[in-house]
Design a protein around this ligand. Structure first.
Ligand code: KG4
Ligand code: ZN
Length: 337
């Protein structure tokens, strides 16, 4: 028999993701995104996201199974994101997960979206060292976590953003700069030809009296809007603005993450979430970890953004740790801490 194949389902935002993992190995995964349907609104519309999950759910399960060369009857457990996230979107994934688990007679695991992001890295680089510091940076979150055994120990929150998430800041500033949604990749591309030194953007909460692990990005968004305003009537040097914004965000994120490792005597930093895809965040994290003698782990791009493989990965860790499954009446927890 051996370890069961875990089917993971992610539907907390605009991605319907399904992954299949066994014994720490990714067997197959598929993602459908409703991102384009939200583009003209400049952000995710919850109702549209929920309907898109209904539409995508079964085909995405089918695609993931096909990619893995598996059949429905090979599934030994189902893991699903119960929160945090958009409630309508989460409901669709959970309903689908319950249906599958009940029909197949296999255990169901409700998992935390952020634990999934952390677990994503194990699919690329093997088990996480205990302890490690994890920086989660996405459109909804900017958190510094102290992680021990993912399946057994509670994750310790070192700090969070006090206002906007880093990805949200990328997305909002991109809009001000006239770049398309999602803004992160657009800023990243635009920044390639720019000079970050030509624009002085602030480094929020990096003063000696500030909380070393708290983040704030709404001031940066305002600073970028003011800078754009000053160019009214002229061509906006978007490349320079994009490079400077990216530099400011990357500087603050990596500075605080490395400080958290040093303060907690941790020798490995893991950076996950959509913003971990940012080229400057990656480069600066590499540079600063090397200088501080830290190992850096960043999962590949496809595992960084929301996906089902990461949910299957945490499900697989729970199964192998003999964790108790969820009852079939488990609920979503949209504002899970
Ligand atoms: O993890 P993710 O797919 O979804 C959330 O849970 O939010 O992250 C999406 C976020 C978006 O804000 C997007 O703009 C940002 O990640 N992002 C990037 C890049 N690629 C995606 N931000 C900066 N640079 C990138 N290359
Ligand atoms: Zn996410």
């Amino acid at each position: 028999q051996g370890t069961p194949v875990v089917l993971g389902i992610e539907s907390s935002c605009d991605e319907t993701g399904v992954g299949l993992v066994r014994d720490g190995r990714l067997l197959g995964h598929a993602v459908a995104s409703s991102m384009e349907e939200h583009a003209r609104f400049g952000g995710v519309v919850p109702e549209i996201a929920a309907r898109a999950h209904v539409h995508a759910f079964t085909p995405v399960v089918h695609r993931a199974l096909t990619e893995a060369g598996l059949r429905m009857s090979d599934i030994g457990a189902v893991a699903v994101t119960t929160g945090p996230g958009l409630s309508g979107a989460l409901q669709v994934g959970l309903a689908g997960a319950k249906g599958l688990a009940y029909a197949l007679g296999v255990p169901l695991y409700g998992v935390h979206h952020l634990a999934g992001h952390v677990a994503a890295d194990t699919l690329a680089h093997g088990p996480l060292p205990d302890p490690c510091v994890v920086l989660i940076v996405s459109g909804g979150h900017t958190s510094l976590l102290l992680v021990r055994d993912l399946a057994r120990d509670p994750i310790v929150h070192l700090g969070d953003t006090l206002d906007d998430a880093a990805g949200e800041c990328f997305d909002k500033v991109a809009r001000v700069f006239g770049l398309p949604y999602p803004g992160g990749p657009a800023i990243d591309r635009a920044a390639r030809g720019g000079d970050a030194r030509t624009v002085a953007f602030p480094r929020p909460l990096t003063g000696p009296r500030d909380d070393p692990y708290a983040f704030s990005f709404s001031g940066l968004k305002t600073a970028a809007a003011r800078w754009a305003e000053r160019h009214r009537g002229q061509a906006l040097p978007v490349a320079d603005g994009a490079a400077a914004l990216q530099e400011a965000i990357a500087d603050v994120l990596t500075r605080k993450a490395v400080a958290a490792c040093t303060a907690h005597g941790v020798s490995t930093l893991v950076v996950v979430g959509g913003v971990a895809a940012n080229s400057r965040v990656r480069a600066l994290a590499e540079e600063r970890c090397a200088a501080a003698g830290l190992a850096l782990r960043v999962p590949p791009l496809k595992l960084c953004t929301d996906n089902g493989a990461m949910i299957a990965a945490i499900g697989d860790l729970l199964v192998r740790a003999d964790a108790a499954p969820a009852p079939l009446d488990v609920s979503i927890d949209p504002s899970a801490p």
